[in-house]
Design a protein around this ligand. Sequence first.
Ligand code: GTP
Ligand code: MG
Length: 283
Amino acid sequence: MAINWYPGHMATARKAAAESMRKIDLVIEVLDARIPHSSCNPMFEALRRQGQRPALKLLNKADFADPEHTRRWLQHYNSQPDVKALSLCAKRPREVQRISRLCQAMLPGRGTPGRPLRMMILGIPNVGKSTLMNALLKRHVAPVGDEPAITKSQMLHSLGTGMTLMDTPGMLWPGMTQYVSYKLAATHGIGRAAYEDEDVAVHLAGYLVRQYPALLTRRFGLLAANCDSHGLLAAIAQVRGLVKRAGGLDIARAATTLLNEFRSGALGPISLETVEQIAASLA
Ligand SMILES: Nc1nc2c(ncn2[C@@H]2O[C@H](COP(=O)(O)OP(=O)(O)OP(=O)(O)O)[C@@H](O)[C@H]2O)c(=O)[nH]1
Ligand SMILES: [Mg+2]
């Protein structure tokens, strides 16, 4: 099943971001550390390159991601021209406080009232942009919630003297590949109404069985290495006692269980793509 989720406000937001790009100096792009490549909206990169603006790429929700893969992704992005990359958890104020200094270091001539440093936060839905914005400003200016598309329009704020920060709605892009859309759905970057949990969970289960069987065993107490993706969902239904009223294992509830426990971090730190896998798929 192809997932296509591009609500109308996102097309409007894209136009607004294109206009704002001319009036800012630096893009702060928030990525999901579990899927740094798939959460990178190619429209942002195209706009940024067109506008010749440098980027600070923040691999957020690093508390959920596999630290070894995050380290490799940081190396990958830090080797790109005009890009600096940092991983963090936007919910931890101490980690967020490094950002302003880093932005100023990227554009040394800016950051004074006469020559302000103007920054725009871009990212896909639900990746933590507003959480980051609130933490940077040290006050609650933007609503936050664990649902995609909470923020619907741009908001500009000043960050002390000489720095401004613009929050933007999460944006996806039309025509993304099915492989990317499953990963975005698994990490909750796509609205729930656009897919079936079971469909997404089957893809997630297949990856987890291959890459993280020990975490599945620890969480569910089953021998995940012996399962395929459908077998894993059936095994989860079995160990959790999920049965349909009419009898038989409730695979739909097992699918939702797997998705929820992956998203909440209960399974452990997991990354859904590595630098090497992406390089091989693009070769
Ligand atoms: N574990 C963890 N959760 C985070 C982190 N950053 C944000 N969150 C949570 O992720 C959810 C989405 O955060 P938001 O800040 O609303 O995300 P957004 O990118 O502004 O979302 P939209 O406005 O819908 O595009 C919230 O439940 C946050 O508490 C993080 O680094 N780690
Ligand atoms: Mg938001």
